[in-house]
Design a protein around this ligand. Structure first.
Ligand code: LMR
Length: 333
């Protein structure tokens, strides 16, 4: 009997030794749909991380504000309730003013110009801007250029915006931008925008074609003006303490997966937005307004002064470094 018990004990110990440890769960939360540049990059990160670290890491992706929406996700990251988030560059006001530089209207001609800045030293340094707050930036993800939408009137000249209530993200630059146009900015979480547009709580908004289409905003807005007046992109951020505490081999592999997911997402971003604009056009639910170069110039003249107005808040040097990287000259319109 004694020998039998010993044998059972040996078998149990052996089984315990070979039992695999539970995988490390990494929760990635975001606020947009899956079929957007950010949604796709997030899924690619999951695919690559789990392929490179089979059984060791499980990435759970929560789209559409399912886990945390705007306003809550940064707090959740700092509390360790979520491990990876990718808020838009406009949403870091409480942690750094510098990232709002990306909100300056007409600062970037297109996402290639954004890339030129982000890949340079000044751009890469900005990923570290929140280090003292315990937040580490891992990568920049693109969405695309912003358009203006409205229910009435259609927006062809800047004066058309006068008196309109417009939803914005929580950025002082976007507030100044809408006020420069004579609009009344209303900060609102992304998950609430569709309903606010539908019920007339706001008259219009700005966003990328991809976000407008996947949230069905075009179904409740009569007009979409292709202004390309600004940029929406993201910083993928992690809780620094959590990230630095990972076993080095796991951390390095996850960083590799993030790098590849970033290339993938940034590569498809423009196409995703072009496809969304075509789908909006095909739906026939909203009229798409294309501006002539002369009309676009009128928007630039009203909005570019916002750069100087916000320079003290954001940092003159930072703005200058972007002018230098992209070749943009605000005095030459
Ligand atoms: C917004 O309008 O709030 C968007 O930037 C959301 C997003 O993450 O693209």
């Amino acid at each position: 009997m004694r020998r039998l018990l010993d044998l059972v004990l040996v078998i149990l110990l052996a089984a315990a030794g070979t039992a695999t440890a539970a995988p490390l769960v990494v929760k990635l939360s975001h606020v947009v749909a899956e079929n957007t540049p950010k949604g796709q990059a997030a899924l690619k990160f999951k695919e690559l991380a789990e392929k490179k670290l089979p059984g060791k890491v499980e990435v759970q992706v929560f789209p559409n504000s399912q886990l945390f929406g705007d306003g809550k996700e940064m707090e959740a990251l700092l509390l360790g309730d979520v491990q990876v988030i990718a808020p838009s560059l406009s949403k870091f006001d409480r942690y750094t003013k510098k990232l709002q530089v990306f909100d300056l209207p007409f600062l970037f001609e297109n996402i290639e110009a954004v890339d030129r800045f982000q890949q340079g030293k000044a751009g890469r340094d900005l990923l570290d801007a929140m280090r003292s707050k315990g937040i580490k930036g891992l990568a920049y993800w693109h969405n695309g250029m912003k358009q203006l939408s409205s229910d009435k009137p259609q927006l062809r000249v800047p004066e058309d915006v006068k008196g309109l209530k417009l939803r914005i993200q929580s950025s002082k630059v976007l507030d100044a931008q809408m006020r420069a146009l004579g609009g009344i900015p209303q900060v609102m979480a992304f998950s609430e925008v569709y309903q606010a547009l539908q019920t007339g709580v706001v008259d219009g908004t700005e966003n990328t074609d991809s976000n407008i289409y996947t949230q069905k905003m075009h179904e409740v807005q009569k007009y979409l003006t292709v202004t390309d007046h600004g940029y929406i992109g993201y910083v993928v951020v992690v809780n620094k303490k959590f990230w630095d505490g990972l076993p080095p081999d796991i951390r390095t592999t996850l960083e590799g997966a993030m790098k590849d997911a970033t290339s993938y997402g940034n590569h498809i971003a423009r196409q995703e937005n072009d496809t969304a604009l075509e789908a909006i056009r095909k739906s026939g639910k909203t009229q798409i307004i294309t501006l002539t170069p002369q009309e676009k110039l009128a928007w630039k003249k009203v909005l570019i002064p916002v750069h100087a107005q916000m320079a003290d808040k954001i940092g003159k040097d930072l703005i200058q470094s972007i002018y230098k990287a992209t070749g943009f000259d605000p005095t030459k319109l």
